[in-house]
Design a protein around this ligand. Sequence first.
Ligand code: ADP
Length: 484
Amino acid sequence: MKDLKIIITGYEAAPFYKRGGLGDVMESLPKALVGIGVEARVVIPYYNDIKEKYHFGKVGEFAVSFGLKTEHLGIYSSVLPNTKVLFYFLQNRKYLSLSRAKNKTKRMVQFAFFDLAVVSFINYLGKNHKWHPTVIHCNDWHTALIPLILKKMGLKISTILTIHNLLYQGRGSLKVLDLLDIKDQEAKALKRGMPASEMNVLGEGIIHATRVSTVSPSYAKEIAQTKHDHNPISPFLIEREHEGLGKYGKIIGILNGIDYDVWDPAKDELIFHKFDINSWKVGKKDNKDDLLKSLGLENRPTFCFVGRMATQKGLGILIETIKRIAHLNINLIILGSGDLRIEANVLKMAEKFPWVKTELLYSEELAHKIYAGSDFIVIPSRYEPCGLIQMIAMRYGTIPIASKTGGLKDSIANGKNGLLFQKGKSIRLKKAIRHALNIQKDSVRYEKMVERAMRTDFSWKKSAVLYKKLYEDMIKSTLTSTSV
Ligand code: ADP
């Protein structure tokens, strides 16, 4: 068996650049893999946001042909702080400076360029460092063209595409293919189920990757069975699911974990008071007192919401529920940013109800303080591929009240370490909130629930072992077949 050498690539990676759960995963998965003896390295773009903060040293350069031009790339490198995980950052002023290019077409072009750069970089690593990856682990649409580019170049390296959120697919102009010098006939499946003028980058990944996975077993089932609102990608996924294991079919669901070095109330420098399972009663009370004081809220049962302001996150349901629970004498703290329309609606609620406090921003520090100082976290997602906030909250002794869907369903045991309610129904959420308040009044029951939540094992080790098995399985399949 060949040694496992894994390249993990994607749009973001904490602590260098993070905007959502993918950023957490791109930090903690490689760290956990290296921890169990797998050689995993990470490649992400060297955005200006990263460059200005970290000033890494340049370790090499290479060039690619993109469209009719030759583009030069700088290679920068660093280890993940306090680990042996090697990170590479690819720099190109024209395409990779901005973390968020101005429009959809620009973003598609940007990541087509990045994907080509990653493949060329792999060649560079082989030639210059004699380091040949055995598996390339792509994440979401941003890196979903890598399997197709590898095939076009005749490179037989196994690829896995992990879908962190099916909503974001990279749909747009076929121009991207010209830039990559990929002819339509080389990507015959391209035009299926969509207008001929459009391509679907994630769809390409689903078709061409050796294996496809997602971030929880329940979400894997959900996306392989249901036709998501006539989602153009459904037929590809369903086909993949039914190919049969011999041809590497089936969409695999591996639940994400959280990094216990980052999310640990006993060591967290960002919270007001550190605590652990033995001191949580005092610790959480002190954190709550300081949090409420800093936000100008009275001492009451405190619920929170942390997350992107996106339709997926169910803020519409939360807003409906706020109107229904005005009489309950609680606090609700909302931290998030994103869709301006949703932000405005949330702000209206905060203006109307003094017990609702909203911070429309992205703040790591405040997020940590809110996890530590709240009693409950509300997660009304319409769907949730995995979700990390419920795991983080539980680690900090904050009970999740979450929609029964996807990874929320897979990580919360209803009535034991949290509460689940039927998704999409504000009346159900209201009921769950009342239920939570009743549980809190019964101190024996509440304390048991908090302690069960804090003890639930969401460490990455279990999942890293599953990924390792999957990589090994992919390599075996590659060795016994002529193509990947
Ligand atoms: P998603 O990946 O869909 O955004 P997850 O629950 O998987 O949702 O992960 C969200 C991650 O982003 C968590 O680490 C959470 O703490 C963080 N996060 C989300 N919104 C904010 C915010 N406004 N400020 C700070 N951290 C945030």
